[in-house]
Design a protein around this ligand. Structure first.
Ligand SMILES: CC(C)(COP(=O)(O)OP(=O)(O)OC[C@H]1O[C@@H](n2cnc3c(N)ncnc32)[C@H](O)[C@@H]1OP(=O)(O)O)[C@@H](O)C(=O)NCCC(=O)NCCS
Length: 166
C-alpha cells in the first residue's frame, strides 16, 4: 500500500493540491488498491474494473494529492439516456477530508454534461454519513430509500442532482 499512502496532515505542504485525470487500463492495479483500502463491502472485482476501464459507456477518474494517487470515481452512461449514474467513489482513508471526493464528483458531473446528461444519480448506504454530507453539500437531493439494497442487506438512499452546464 506504500504507493497509495498520501502525505499525512503534518507532512502536507501548503502546495499540496488535488489533481484529477482520466484512468486508463494501466491504472487497474492502482484502482484495485484504492478499492481494497476504501471498502469493506461490495468491492468491485478486478474483472469488473478491467471491463469498466475499457467500456465506452463508463468514465473512471483518478485523483492524486501531492502527486500520490489517492482516490477514484466511476460514472456510467446509457445510450439514449440523459441520466448518468455514479457507480463508485472512494478516497483512501488517510487522505479523506481534503477535497478529493468533491473534486472527483466535479469531474463526474463535467463528464456527464459533456455527454449530454442533465442528471447524475447515485445510491449510498443510509449510515454512510461522510458520503451523504458530501453529496448534500454538492447539491444532491434525496429521492428514494431502498431496503435490502446491499449484499449485507443494508438499505440505500438514492440521491440525484440536476446538472447545469456552465
Ligand atoms: C465519501 C468519500 C469518497 C469522501 O471523500 P473525501 O476525499 O473525504 O471528500 P471531501 O474531502 O471532498 O469531502 C468530505 C467531507 O468530509 C469532511 N471530513 C473532514 N475530515 C474527514 C475525515 N477524516 N474523513 C472523512 N471526511 C472528513 C470534509 O471536511 C468534507 O466536508 P466539507 O467539505 O463540507 O468540510 C470518502 O469518505 C470515502 O472514500 N469513503 C469510503 C467509500 C465510500 O463510502 N464511498 C461512497 C459510496 S456511495
Amino acid at each position: 500500500m506504500s504507493g497509495l499512502t498520501a502525505p499525512s496532515k503534518a507532512q502536507r505542504a501548503p502546495a499540496d493540491r488535488v489533481t484529477v485525470r482520466g484512468a486508463t487500463p494501466a491504472d487497474a492495479p492502482t484502482l484495485e488498491a484504492i478499492e481494497a483500502a476504501s471498502f469493506i463491502y461490495d468491492r468491485l472485482s478486478s474483472r469488473s474494473l478491467a471491463r469498466n476501464l475499457r467500456s465506452p459507456t463508463a468514465n473512471i477518474f483518478l485523483a492524486a494529492i501531492g502527486g500520490v494517487l489517492a482516490g477514484y470515481a466511476m460514472v456510467f452512461f446509457r445510450r439514449g439516456s440523459t441520466l448518468a449514474r455514479l457507480y463508485s467513489i472512494a478516497s483512501v482513508p488517510n487522505a479523506r477530508g481534503r477535497g478529493i471526493g468533491s473534486r472527483l464528483m466535479e469531474a463526474c458531473e463535467h463528464a456527464a454534461i459533456k455527454r449530454g446528461c442533465d442528471r447524475l444519480r447515485l445510491e449510498v448506504r443510509e449510515k454512510n454519513r461522510p458520503a451523504i454530507a458530501m453529496y448534500e453539500r454538492l447539491g444532491y437531493r434525496r429521492i428514494g430509500r431502498y431496503e435490502n439494497y446491499y449484499q449485507d442487506g443494508a438499505p440505500a438512499l438514492r440521491f440525484e442532482k440536476q446538472l447545469v452546464s456552465t
